[in-house]
Design a protein around this ligand. Structure first.
Ligand SMILES: [Mn+2]
Length: 451
């Protein structure tokens, strides 16, 4: 199937989701014929003329894979979408039109040089804006276009649109695969740099080179953590040379393809790393793949998260970090010290894709359990969902201290924990598609695990 065919199918699915969303909004008193999706408006830093790097709003991006601000997309069920591309007349920036792309034949593409001209074109096509909702990130732009407050990002329309974001079309899965392929190349380059003794800054640059990204292309700030810094879950620094022996690299980094994000993590070690730590690393790699295999239709994602804690308890017992049985430690809640984050999240246009805790298309929340407040997804896994699976084991001083001082201290071999703490921690993450038959790991074949 060609990319154009996949995109055509994708649009037809979006058309269906939009119909259902409009119907739900109608039942709640908001009668609408369609939506006007806005790419969004670029803005500057406070009291500055430097623009903040622009990212188009996700609903617009789902319909049209077009970079840049201010574009409009008029979507009405059963009608070809109308895309008004805004290309400002400007000699400060490159405003030449992008090369023709596979998707353009499937929409009615119109050109404007300003937002207000784009609004005129969209208004002319729609008759008027009276039965449309504005969906986008800029209430000012919506007001400028004449939308009253109740038709700007109405929650009754957005809830179902957010809910259906979880179900990826074949077109979206294709883009996610391409993003994974890019990220995998970055990770392999980062691993090679690490093995050659590179600093965090050098590893970061190697990663960018590997996936041919500029820093601003990344879906999130890469985590390139050497040694004990791997214990900082969202470690944001990049150290230069000479500050660390570099026995371990925890690299959590993604890539973007046409607005869709990959999010992969690998932990690599040097041959001289402590053998118990290596056993722990290989153990996490094995249990991660077991958790990946659990991604299947009808399974609550929470079950995978709880299984991660069981598997971590077992591994901590096997490696001697626990002086009690896995079960005893699990019941005492000790695994939370070593795995203090959720096992993963939904992935798509956003790295932590929206709707992970939604109760249904009408909205509402299924909260994470009180003992696992950081779990980002509480939905039932269904075909078409793309999820990350990313268990880890960390030696985080701030979390170890209360365990050491508390009633469960005797469960832990503290001299061993102190010995392994220099390595910071381990996380392994793959991106997984739920198919009708079960899990399809989109990244593992492209990026092997540690040896
Ligand atoms: Mn992730």
């Amino acid at each position: 199937m060609s990319q154009t065919d996949r995109y055509r199918e994708h649009l037809s699915t979006l058309d269906d989701y939009l119909s259902r969303a409009l119907e739900r909004a109608g039942k709640q008193g908001l009668e609408l014929d369609g939506a006007l999706f806005h790419a969004g408006r670029a803005s500057s830093y406070y009291a500055d003329d430097q623009e903040i790097p622009f990212v188009a709003s996700p609903h617009f991006r789902r319909w049209a894979p077009m970079p840049g601000a201010e574009h409009l997309l008029l979507a009405r069920p059963g009608k070809k979408p109308i895309v008004v591309r805004v290309q400002p007349k400007d000699y400060w920036y490159d405003s030449s039109p992008p090369p023709p792309s596979y998707w353009e034949s499937e929409v009615e593409l119109k050109e404007a040089t300003t937002f207000s001209e784009a609004c005129q074109i969209a208004r002319h096509a729609a008759g008027n804006f009276d039965r449309l909702a504005y969906v986008g990130s800029s209430p000012e732009a919506a007001t400028e276009a004449g939308f009253p407050a109740e038709r700007i990002d109405p929650p009754t329309l957005l809830a179902p649109l957010d809910w259906y974001r979880a179900y990826k079309t074949a077109h979206e899965v294709d883009l996610l695969r391409r993003a994974c392929a890019l990220a995998a190349r970055g990770h392999l380059a980062a691993r090679d740099a690490f093995e050659a003794g590179a600093s965090e800054r050098e590893i970061h640059r190697a990663y960018l080179g590997g996936c041919d990204h500029l820093g601003c292309d990344l879906p999130f700030g890469s985590i390139a953590a050497l040694d004990s810094k791997a214990a900082i879950l969202h470690y944001q620094q990049k150290r230069g040379a000479g500050e660390t022996p570099g026995d371990l690299l925890l690299m959590d980094a993604g890539a973007v393809y046409e607005g869709y994000a990959a999010d992969l993590t690998r932990t690599w070690v040097r041959p001289r790393v402590d053998p118990i730590f290596r056993a722990l690393l290989l153990g996490v790699d094995v249990l991660e793949q077991e958790l990946v295999a659990m991604v299947s239709p009808g399974r609550p994602y929470l079950e995978i998260h709880l299984a991660a804690h069981q598997a971590v308890a077992k591994l901590l017992a096997e490696t001697g970090i626990l002086k009690v049985s896995a079960e005893e430690a699990l019941n005492a809640g000790v695994t939370g010290t070593f795995l203090p984050h959720g096992v993963g999240h939904m992935l798509g246009i956003q790295v932590h894709d929206i709707g992970g805790r939604m109760a249904g298309p009408e909205g509402g929340e299924v909260p994470a359990p009180a003992e696992h407040p950081y779990l980002r997804c509480t939905r039932i896994v269904e075909p078409g969902m793309v999820l990350t699976i990313e268990p880890g084991i960390y030696f985080i001083p701030m979390l170890l201290e209360p365990l050491r001082a508390g009633n469960n201290a005797a469960m832990i071999d503290w001299p061993l924990v102190d010995k392994l703490s220099i390595y910071g921690g381990i996380r392994i993450e793959d991106d997984v598609l739920c198919t009708p038959d079960g899990a399809e790991d989109l990244s593992r074949e492209l990026l092997p695990g540690p040896k």
